[in-house]
Ligand binder design. Structure first.
Ligand SMILES: NC(=O)c1ccc[n+]([C@@H]2O[C@H](COP(=O)([O-])OP(=O)(O)OC[C@H]3O[C@@H](n4cnc5c(N)ncnc54)[C@H](OP(=O)(O)O)[C@@H]3O)[C@@H](O)[C@H]2O)c1
Length: 393
């Protein structure tokens, strides 16, 4: 940190988390400076962000996107990187102190690893990286001395409850789940829910993929696996409680029966700000939590008949080995197909189930092994999608 400012690279700056991160930076210009921004294809918004935050380097998905961005920037000179190599390079630029990892999906894995290898602290929103490569991420972070600080509200809650506590006294950790838009719809209607209905999340405004994952509750399954690696817990120590108010984000139960919970208003800028400022806390210009106004807080278990993808994720967590990689890859392919309206809501679980059932599990430790299983599983998922299409036409 030079000039007392923390220098940030934001991966996925044009997304929901990326934009909320930039909102936090706007509030605390005296503390944070943006040195790098990485986006996918939204060169319009990226150009606006460049104007406002003046990074020294940016990265985009392809040469085509880079060309479009150059046209938008006119005569301004700026280093523009592109493709996978570009994301890895921007994640490890020498001036960065912290990298906010907020690209969606496994596409965020290599840049996250590059940041950690480069000795940067990582504010991690990209849960898929932890799901597929949790052990590897832990190993690389330990080697370089980098910290991985959670951005996800539930993991930020656990992180805050565990701070200063000895983990040997922890009995169980609970993440909460809002239950998404389909918590109370009749079971027989679920499979036919439309894309528009699945995208109407009752509490959080998020990117498309994570919003669908919330509707199926795969999101909570991925978060359980993420928590296993972030906090080095055993699978049986992890649980989920449905909590429709989304005010309690996580609870930690200790051996003596005491439970600590973390509460905050439903606003992602709170955990993002904490990840950036940790271990300090900065005054946020946000309304205080009004518990008297909320009146009641409900908690109940997840119904796995309603949310079978959560059940599959829980089993993949318990089984370990390569299963979480398959789970994630199949889910990414299936959700994309649902977003493109090629399959129904109910078919997402079919795709994931098919891939898990047709996978020969193995132990994975290196990146190329993980990526090989990721690729195989995507192939299997695509093959199943073709079969489904054949059945429909
Ligand atoms: N949103 C939330 O409240 C929330 C909360 C907790 C955790 N998360 C996690 O945070 C991550 C981001 O979520 P989000 O809601 O911010 O998603 P989002 O709104 O869809 O944004 C995704 C960002 O990643 C970029 N991107 C997508 N695919 C890419 C690729 N293949 N290569 C390079 N860049 C790519 C997008 O760029 P373009 O748009 O420019 O193409 C965009 O900047 C996810 O892993 C999600 O699970 C989100």
């Amino acid at each position: 940190m030079r000039n007392n400012k923390k220098h940030l690279v934001i991966l996925g700056s044009t997304g929901s988390i990326g934009q909320s991160t930039l909102d936090v930076v706007r509030r605390f210009r005296n503390r944070y400076e943006v040195v790098g921004l990485a986006a996918g294809r939204n060169s319009f918004l990226l150009a606006e962000q460049i104007d406002e935050f003046q990074p020294e380097v940016v990265a985009v998905e392809s040469e085509k996107q880079a060309g479009e961005l150059r046209r938008r920037l006119g005569r301004r000179r700026l280093k523009i990187l592109c493709g996978e190599a570009g994301y890895e390079e921007i994640a490890s630029v020498s001036r960065a102190d912290m990298v906010v990892s907020a690209i969606t999906g496994v596409a965020g894995l290599k840049p996250t690893l590059a940041a950690l290898k480069g000795g940067k602290d990582v504010a991690l929103a990209n849960k898929e990286s932890m799901v597929v490569a949790g052990a590897l991420i832990r190993k690389i972070a330990a080697r370089s001395g980098s910290r991985v600080i959670p951005v996800d509200s539930e993991h930020s809650g656990v992180f805050q409850c565990l701070r200063g506590r000895n983990k040997k006294f922890v009995k169980r950790v609970y993440l909460t789940a809002s239950g998404g838009p389909f918590l109370r719809v009749p079971l027989e209607e679920l499979a036919g829910k439309s894309l528009a209905e699945a995208l109407k999340h009752p509490r959080w405004k998020m990117g498309l993929k994570v919003t669908i994952d919330s509707a199926t509750m795969m999101n909570k399954g991925l978060e359980l696996i993420e928590a296993r690696w972030l906090f080095n817990l055993r699978p049986e120590q992890l649980g989920v409680l449905v909590h429709p108010q989304s005010i309690v984000h996580a609870l930690v139960e200790f051996l003596d029966g005491s439970v600590l919970a973390q509460l905050s208003p439903t606003d992602m800028r709170i955990p993002i700000q904490y990840a950036l400022s940790y271990p300090e806390r900065l005054e946020a210009p946000l309304p205080s939590l009004d518990l008297a106004g909320v009146r009641s807080l409900e908690f109940f278990p997840v119904d796995e008949r309603r949310f079978p993808l959560f059940g599959l994720a829980r089993k993949a967590l318990a089984a370990g080995l390569s299963f979480p990689v398959v789970l994630n890859a199949a889910n990414e392919v299936a959700v994309q197909a649902f977003l493109e309206e090629k399959i129904s809501f109910g078919q997402i679980v079919e795709v994931v189930n098919y891939c898990l059932n047709n996978h020969r599990p193995r132990a994975l430790s290196e990146l190329d092994e993980i990526l090989a299983v990721d690729g195989e599983s995507r192939g299997l998922a695509q093959q199943y999608l073709k079969e489904l299409k054949g059945k429909i036409t």
